[in-house]
Ligand binder design. Structure first.
Ligand code: AMP
Length: 395
C-alpha cells in the first residue's frame, strides 16, 4: 500500500503536485473537455484545506521539448482561478531561480501552477539535473498523474526519488479500483476486449486468461483469433505475426477453464470509409469484404455473458465506432455496461467516449482516466510512477 496525502503532514509545506492536466484545447485555446481537471480538484482542495502551499506541474500535448504557446497551461490556470476562487498564480516556466523564488512567496492555501514540463526535453528523458531543479521547488512531492504513471519521467519518477512523497486521491482511487477487480473479482468475472491491434493487448490477454471466467473479443483484434481458428476473414485487419500467439492464448484459456467468445457474425464493407454500406456475414467473410463491427448474433452472445457477470472489465471498441454504420456493437455494449449492477471498470479513451455518448458515467464503479497506465495495471504490470512512491509501512 502506498502512502497517500492523508498519511503525511502537509501543513505549511510546499507540496509539488504532479497532475495530468493534458486537456484538449480548441483553436482559440479554450478547454473543450475539463474532465481531467475536475478529477483533480478533490486532491487540490484537500491540500489547500490542510494549509499546504500547492505547486502544480503537468504536461499538455506534445511540445517535443520546445517552448510552444500552443501547449501553454495558461488556460488551465484561468480555469483554476474560477474554480478555486482566486488563490491561484501562474508562472511561465517550471524550473529556475525565479520559479523557486515564487514558491517561497506562496502562502498556505495558495496554488502556483507551473508551465508545461514537456517544454524541456529533459522531462521525458528523466534527466537527473532537471529532476533536481524540480525538487528545489518543494518540501514534499505528491503524484496524482495516473495518466503518466507508466512512464519514467523527471516530474514523476525522477523527482519522487529526491523528496518525501505520497500519492494523491486520483492515483489512489485508480490503483485500488483496478486492482480490486483484477485481483479480487466477484465471479463470474467477464472481460470485454476490442480495439484495432492484438499486439497492444497481448499482455492484457495473458493476464486475463489467468484471472477471468470469460473473455469476449471484438473489434479489429478478433480477426487474428478467427483466422487462427481457420476462418476466412476477407480483408479484415489481421496481425499475421500474432496468429501463433492468438493460438497460445486460446490454448491457455482452455487449460484454465476460461471461456473465450469470438464474434460469430459481422457487419462488413468493401471500403474502409465513413459512408461505406454495411453488409452482414456469418462465420466467414468473403475476400473483397472487411469486418468493421460485430453483428446482431454476437451482440446477443456478448449480452448474455455480460448479464451473467458480477465483475466486468471493458477495454477497446467492438468495431469502427467512429463510422455510424459500424458503431452499433460498441454502443450496445456501452449501454449494457452503463446498466451493469456489479463492479465494472472501463479503460481506454474510445470505450470511455462510447459510454459518454449514451449516458453519464457516474454510476459506473470505475472509469479510468489513464489509457496506457490502465492497460498496464490491468495486465498486472507495475507502474514506475507508483513503484517509486514510499510504502505506508515506511512512514
Ligand atoms: P485501440 O487503440 O487498439 O484500442 O483501437 C481503437 C481503434 O480500433 C478505433 O479507432 C476503432 O475504429 C478501431 N477498430 C475497432 N474495430 C475495428 C475493425 N473491425 N477494423 C478496423 N479497426 C477497428
Amino acid at each position: 500500500m502506498k502512502r497517500t496525502i492523508k498519511d503525511i503532514d502537509v501543513n505549511n509545506k510546499r507540496v509539488l503536485l504532479r497532475v495530468d492536466f493534458n486537456v484538449p484545447l480548441n483553436e482559440s485555446g479554450e478547454i473543450t473537455d475539463d474532465t481531467r481537471i475536475r478529477l483533480e480538484l478533490p486532491t487540490i482542495r484537500y491540500l489547500l484545506q490542510h494549509n499546504a502551499k500547492v505547486i502544480i506541474c503537468s504536461h499538455l500535448g506534445r511540445p517535443d521539448g520546445e517552448k510552444n504557446p500552443k501547449y501553454s497551461l495558461l488556460p488551465v490556470a484561468k480555469y483554476l482561478v474560477k474554480e478555486l476562487l482566486g488563490r491561484v498564480f501562474f508562472v511561465s516556466d517550471c524550473i529556475g531561480e525565479e520559479v523557486e523564488a515564487k514558491t517561497k512567496l506562496l502562502k498556505p492555501g495558495e496554488v502556483l501552477l507551473l508551465e508545461n514540463v514537456r517544454f524541456y526535453k529533459e522531462e521525458e528523458n528523466n534527466d537527473p539535473l532537471f529532476a533536481k531543479k524540480l525538487s528545489k521547488l518543494a518540501d514534499i512531492y505528491v503524484d496524482d498523474a495516473f495518466g503518466t504513471a507508466h512512464r519514467k519521467h523527471a516530474s514523476n519518477y525522477g523527482v519522487a526519488s529526491l523528496l518525501p512523497n505520497a500519492v494523491g486521491f486520483l492515483m489512489g482511487k485508480e490503483i485500488n479500483a483496478i486492482k480490486s477487480v483484477i485481483d479480487n473479482p466477484t465471479r463470474p468475472f467477464v472481460a470485454i476486449l476490442g480495439g484495432a491491434k492484438v499486439s497492444d493487448k497481448i499482455p492484457l490477454l495473458n493476464n486475463f486468461v489467468k484471472k477471468c471466467d470469460t473473455i469476449l473479443i471484438g473489434g479489429g483484434m478478433a480477426y487474428t483469433f478467427l483466422k487462427a481458428l481457420g476462418h476466412s476473414v476477407g480483408n479484415s485487419l489481421v496481425d499475421d505475426d500474432k496468429i501463433e500467439i492468438a493460438n497460445q492464448i486460446m490454448e491457455k484459456a482452455k487449460e484454465n477453464n476460461v471461456k473465450v467468445v469470438l464474434p460469430v457474425d459481422f457487419l462488413c464493407a468493401k471500403d474502409f470509409s465513413p459512408n461505406a454500406k454495411a453488409k452482414k456475414f456469418k462465420g466467414d467473410i468473403p475476400d473483397s469484404y472487411q469486418g468493421l463491427d460485430i453483428g446482431p448474433k454476437t451482440i446477443k452472445l456478448f449480452k448474455n455473458e455480460i448479464m451473467n457477470a458480477n465483475s466486468l472489465i471493458w477495454n477497446g471498441p467492438l468495431g469502427v465506432f467512429e463510422f455510424k454504420n459500424f458503431s452499433k456493437g460498441t454502443i450496445k455494449i456501452a449501454k449494457l455496461v452503463l446498466k451493469f449492477k456489479g463492479k465494472a471498470v472501463v479503460g481506454g479513451g474510445d470505450s470511455v467516449s462510447a459510454i459518454k455518448k449514451v449516458g453519464s458515467t457516474d454510476k459506473i464503479y470505475h472509469v479510468s482516466s489513464g489509457g496506457g497506465a490502465s492497460l498496464k495495471l490491468m495486465a498486472g504490470e507495475k507502474l514506475p510512477g507508483v513503484e517509486i512512491i514510499q510504502d505506508l509501512e515506511e512512514k
